[in-house]
Design a protein around this ligand. Structure first.
Ligand SMILES: [Mn+2]
Length: 170
């Protein structure tokens, strides 16, 4: 999916569209989706919801993680640099589904935001990987019992505060 590109008009702008087409193909088991975070955001969708939906269908064959600030061109910003909560939600969905155990690969689609000295020209990639791995650690270490407690109490304000506190390292 790559909606909202100035030069493009997509017939299939979302994961749901792709999956519908996949099931109509001659051999649906050979068709899956690769979702890029920024492209989902440009469609007005939350990438973690798109990941979860494709995982439910066993069709998430790849992800390209990055970040996006608003409905501009496809920015391919450093993963988590715009919206850390949105980045955590993506990692959390992948971790909770054991993504990667069957050989699935997590990709990063990031580009340098501007011309920089050569020795700094690849930091966006390094930082994206570091932020991803930090969020994987958080997804493994976060107190799931406390999380479940908020859900059971239907205390969603408390849950928001709990997750933001965790993201702030408190
Ligand atoms: Mn991109």
């Amino acid at each position: 999916m790559k909606p909202n590109e100035p030069m493009d008009l997509m017939y299939l702008p979302t994961t749901g569209h792709f999956l519908a087409l996949a099931y109509k193909s001659r051999d649906p088991k050979r068709v899956g989706v690769l979702i890029e975070s920024a492209h989902a955001i440009l469609a007005g969708l939350d990438p973690s919801d798109e990941f979860a939906y494709a995982l439910f269908h066993n069709k998430l064959w790849g992800v390209h993680l990055n970040d996006q600030n608003g409905l501009k061109y496809d920015q391919d910003k450093t993963f988590g640099a715009v919206d850390l909560r949105r980045a955590f939600n993506q990692v959390d969905v992948l971790v909770r589904h054991g993504y990667g155990k069957d050989g699935s690969v997590v990709g990063l689609d990031v580009k340098a935001m501007r011309t920089q000295p050569a020795e700094k020209a690849f930091l966006h990639l390094k930082h994206s990987k570091e932020i991803f791995l930090d969020l994987v650690d958080l997804a493994h270490s976060i107190d799931r019992t406390a999380w479940k407690g908020y859900v059971e109490e239907r205390d969603y304000e408390g849950l928001e505060r709990f997750i933001v506190k965790n993201l702030m390292g408190k």
